[in-house]
Design a protein. Structure first.
Length: 321
């Protein structure tokens, strides 16, 4: 007898309904655990079944080489999701045009056997990550991009009831700041250190976490008012300072997960980035010592009188990282 299960997730205030038809789900939810929801999901609905994904013969409308391809077929959007071990599609998602509903077919997965050889097999149980990644990231970027938000390659913390976001290229210090806040600011919650969503609703920005962490492996749903976005870099002193909005925009653009496959979402995202670059963004140079936590708390308090950070007491005396 085929099994049937339904799961509901809420990520960045976007509801997902996942219907598993004949798919056995691993009981370990991984980083998706904080995002399970009781309320009915109305935004994205996916039905998932085992099968043999049919390869597409049409030229892709968009692709991330070696990762995924998007095809347009008869008013539908079809995603081919590649298995990096097999170097071929192992999942196919056939979605309606606005990406709100679709069917996902799961094929065999690649694995490395004891001899170090690549093998192909159909697992007895599927994890949420192997079902949804990176498909759900694509759908979320598209969904918020067309409406009121964007996704940044950034770390985010909730401190005193507001969100502080730290964006920068790899090596700029996102994971370092995450560790420093975790160790030296007991009142802070790490929302995420890799994929952070910002949504502008009613004229103000809100910060959300996602189930896709970086090296810090910490995630939380978030949903807190934005205090400040900092464009970070290592420095010889702790200093936050303004720079022209055009420079903020260029740096934010480099750290934004852009919906390049959707012109409408792309235009709206770029416009939103322009707003974010003008009124919510600062540069931040910092030194890798606990003192930067105190500095950021004081700086954020001074720069955000409307959403002032309720100043928690940092913990001193643990030494540098």
């Amino acid at each position: 007898m085929m099994t049937f299960r339904a799961s509901r997730l809420r990520i960045a205030d976007v509801g997902l309904s996942l219907h598993l038809d004949g798919v056995r789900l691993d009981r370990r939810p991984g980083h998706y655990a904080p995002f399970f929801a009781d309320a009915p999901a109305q935004d994205i609905r996916l039905r998932v079944a085992e099968g043999d994904p049919s390869p597409r013969v049409s030229a892709p409308a968009f692709e991330m080489p070696g990762h995924w391809r998007l095809h347009r077929e008869n008013g539908r959007r079809v995603f081919e999701l590649w298995d990096l071990l097999l170097m071929r599609p192992s999942r196919v998602a056939e979605m309606n045009d606005d990406l709100s509903e679709g069917a996902v077919t799961l094929g065999p997965e690649g694995r490395v056997d004891r001899r170090g050889h690549t093998a192909c097999e159909r697992p007895g149980r599927r994890t949420l990550a192997t079902i949804l990644d990176p498909l759900l990231r694509i759908l979320l970027i598209d969904h918020v991009g067309r409406r009121d938000g964007l996704m940044l390659h950034a770390a985010a913390f909730e401190v005193g009831g507001v969100g502080l976001v730290f964006a920068g290229k790899s090596g700029a210090g996102k994971s370092t700041l995450s560790r420093l806040f975790a160790d030296h600011c007991p009142g802070a919650t790490v929302i995420g250190d890799e994929h952070t969503v910002l949504r502008r609703q009613g004229g103000s920005w809100t910060v959300y976490g996602t189930p896709w962490p970086g090296m810090g492996f910490a995630v939380a749903p978030g949903g807190v008012p934005l205090g400040r976005v900092y464009l970070i870099h290592h420095d010889r002193q702790n200093r936050a300072y303004p720079q022209p909005a055009s420079e903020n925009f260029a740096e934010l653009l480099a750290q934004t997960f852009l919906p390049r496959w959707n012109g409408e979402a792309m235009d709206a995202t770029l416009s939103r980035l322009g707003d974010l670059a003008q009124d919510q963004t600062r540069k931040l140079g910092f030194v890798n010592t606990p003192e930067v936590v105190e500095y950021i708390l004081q700086e954020a308090q001074a720069l955000t009188p409307a959403h002032g950070v309720r100043h928690p007491s940092p913990v001193h005396g643990r030494g540098g990282m």
